[in-house]
Unconditional design. Structure first.
Length: 195
């Protein structure tokens, strides 16, 4: 009996050792499984392109910006001419001043309101036309970029490709994954071929 407590302690210590080894084996298997998952997931690749650089150096975007600016200048010129015509007509009425009859004055008021209404209507029509043009072009550019990236990615096999700009949620970027140069070269070459 004297040795019973020692024997029980040794048996308990042996069982603890066996449990410890079993636990250790389970942890090793779990670690091995996690490592295998990491290895299997190593095909997960992410890339990004700098949207500001693309906007600054993509020839198609530059041409669209130029055309939009030209259209806006034409619109402003047309509106400026119409405004000048209205002001000239007002000066004509002012030069007549007190010599205008009551009916001429009322006619001038109606003509002025009609000119203002037509001016506002034309301005809205031109602005909507410019907005529609810009929106259509943005959609075409976006579609062109998306199609190019889809073809580009057939060889690169990225899981995700993000567009980065100053307002992005990306706070750190590794230049190793920057594909902007590839996109610019490919998109500009494609655009030149299509001209």
């Amino acid at each position: 009996m004297k040795y019973l407590s020692t024997i029980l302690s040794l048996v308990a210590l042996g069982l603890i050792g066996v449990l410890f080894l079993a636990q250790r084996r389970q942890l090793d298997q779990l670690k091995k499984h996690v490592d295998e998952e990491k290895t299997a997931g190593s095909g997960f690749k992410i890339a990004y392109f700098d949207l500001d650089t693309l906007q600054a150096h993509y020839d198609y975007m530059a041409d669209v910006k130029k055309e939009a600016a030209d259209r806006e200048n034409q619109m402003n010129e047309e509106l400026s001419n119409k405004d000048r015509q209205i002001r000239q007509r007002i000066q004509e009425w002012q030069s007549k001043g007190n010599s205008m009859t009551q009916s001429e004055n009322e006619q001038a008021q109606r003509e002025y309101q009609d000119m203002q209404t037509k001016f506002a209507s034309r301005k809205q029509e031109l602005e909507q036309g410019l907005y529609k043009f810009e929106e259509e072009q943005r959609n075409k550019i976006r579609k062109t970029i998306e199609e190019f990236i889809r073809d580009y990615n057939k060889q690169k096999n990225y899981s995700y490709i993000f567009a980065y700009d100053a307002n992005s949620f990306i706070y750190n970027k590794d230049t190793l994954f920057n594909i902007t140069k590839d996109l610019l070269e490919g998109l500009n070459a494609q655009y030149r071929r299509s001209k």
